[in-house]
Design a protein around this ligand. Structure first.
Ligand code: FAD
Ligand code: MLT
Ligand code: ZN
Length: 450
């Protein structure tokens, strides 16, 4: 029995949700692919309240799923096995940025877009960005080590982390928030918590690195004659362009789907099979550099270049809205995989072939972060949970030297496949860390290493 009254004594009775209509949004993931049973949702308002909730759940033997914006895509943020949900969304305070140290302290429940806006207001930038910016929380992005659109220039979430405050699974509160540029004093707990997917602790606050905001942007949508030509161009641009900010790939069917779903005008003169979105950001107008870069590579069929913010937004909508447009067809089966750049072109064909043979009636949508070798492979017209398809696709990924999770994490969706990627010794080390910090396994027991 969940001790609802005792939880209410900690966080306030109105912050313990039991009414099915209030709880429903916390039990189903963003895609509708993972749906948990009705449960209790607890919404602490401080780190101390979070610690008290963890203590109570430990003594009552109740498992917890920590939840931020619930935009995670691997079934890690919803209660699939009778857990309660601890929602961190109330911890959404954002302190004034420290412009000298170039950092910002935020609560775990702060939205990514709000943190970006706070940094922009003082001429700085939080360098993690992605389509879910309006709903994903900082705590969730840390827990998943989110990648996103600008990793090739600034690194992922782990590279932005100067400090973290968290309630560990053993009830201890750790707070490493000094934010010193150099601090070589043992294990770096922020790095450990980053990507731990809620299995070691509940993140309640963080200190994040900020970078100078680049005032000038040039963005191009470039159509290529083949995926191999696009990959060759991406290799060249990554080498040549110091101001390269983003390098994304879309295929013709996805571009058309977004255009139709959201009634967007096509920026290109005709439909193309392979489209790359490339962006430069700099202190001076990078338009000439971008135009020269597009002219310098082979296989370009068409290009639309944006320098004003309206056109730039339109080009980005084609990329950002892929996830929403595909989801409107119905909950897709999602793969988030990376490959070494040398095999990326053949990986597209191999993965497509594997899925076509196994599920001939399905549609395969491919897009992703070309600069990182990260493909998002979405399958519609088949089951959104399909163990056999998982095995076939992820086996091909591992055989080609790729990773079964590029940036979304393992969650519950890929926990079965983690041993395909990690050695027994690595898994033993991970379990030892998990069992030390989360000894009763009350935090996300079904996630990552069940
Ligand atoms: P949730 O979904 O709530 O949780 C995710 C995981 O973190 C769960 O295991 C949960 O238990 C744990 N967790 C959440 N908060 C905490 C906390 N405070 N302490 C401890 N554990 C916690 N991801 C990318 O990497 N790159 C992208 O480009 C990208 N684009 C996206 C675009 C769209 C449209 C959508 C819907 C998703 C996208 N995602 C992307 C996936 C998702 O947004 C990220 O995984 C994000 O980091 C999740 O944040 P969240 O707050 O929604 O976390
Ligand atoms: C993206 O890059 O758009 C995402 O990671 C979301 C997805 O895979 O659908
Ligand atoms: Zn992505």
């Amino acid at each position: 029995m969940v001790p609802v009254a005792a939880l209410g004594d900690i966080v306030g009775g109105d912050q313990v949700l039991t009414d099915p209509s209030m709880v429903a949004g916390y039990t189903m993931d963003w895609t509708g692919r993972f749906v948990g049973a009705h449960t209790v949702v607890v919404r602490p308002g401080s780190t101390n309240e979070t610690a008290a909730v963890v203590d109570l759940c430990r003594s009552a033997g109740i498992a917890i799923v920590p939840q931020g914006g619930n935009t995670g895509l691997v079934g890690g943020s919803v209660p699939l096995n009778g857990e309660i949900v601890v929602s961190l969304r109330r911890l959404n305070a954002i302190e004034a940025p420290d412009v000298v140290a170039r950092s910002i302290v935020v609560g775990a429940g702060a939205l990514l877009a709000d943190v970006q806006a706070a940094a922009a207001a003082v001429g700085l930038r939080y360098a993690v960005d992605m389509g879910s910016r309006g709903s994903a929380t900082i705590g969730g992005t840390i827990a998943t080590n989110a990648g996103g659109l600008n990793l090739l220039r600034y690194g992922g979430t782990r590279e932005q982390l100067l400090g973290v405050e968290a309630v560990l699974g053993n009830g201890a509160v750790v707070s490493a928030m000094s934010g010193l540029a150099k601090d070589n004093t043992g294990y770096h707990l922020p790095s450990l918590l980053c990507g731990s997917e809620g299995t070691l602790g509940i993140i309640t606050a963080a200190r994040l690195r900020l970078v100078p905001a680049m005032p000038c942007h040039a963005t191009a949508m470039v159509a290529f004659e083949s995926i191999d030509a696009a990959i060759a161009a991406s290799v060249r641009w990554r080498h040549d362009l110091a101001d390269l900010e983003a390098l994304e790939v879309m295929l013709g069917d996805g571009v058309q789907l977004v255009a139709t779903t959201f009634s967007l005008p096509s920026p290109l003169t005709t439909d193309h099979d392979v489209v790359v979105l490339v962006e430069l950001a700099a202190t001076a107008d990078p338009y000439d550099d971008l135009a020269a870069a597009v002219a310098s590579v082979d296989g370009v069929l068409d290009a639309a270049v944006a320098t004003d913010s309206t056109t730039r937004s339109l080009l980005w909508r084609f990329r950002d809205e892929h996830t929403s447009a595909i989801n409107r067809i119905g909950p897709p089966h999602k793969f988030d995989v990376t490959f070494p750049i040398a095999v990326l072109g053949s990986a597209v064909e191999r993965v497509r072939g594997v899925i076509a043979r196994a599920r001939p009636d399905a549609h395969v949508w491919i897009f992703g972060h070309l600069g990182d070798g990260n493909l998002h492979v979405n399958v519609t017209g088949a089951l959104s949970v399909d163990d056999e398809l998982d095995d076939l696709v992820l086996n091909a990924v591992v055989e080609m030297g790729g990773s079964i999770s590029a940036e979304h994490g393992i969650g519950t969706a890929k926990a079965r496949h983690l041993p395909w990627q990690r050695s027994q010794e690595e898994l033993d080390a991970m379990r030892a860390v998990r069992d030390a910090l989360n000894p009763d396994r009350i935090l996300n027991p079904a996630v990552l290493i069940p």
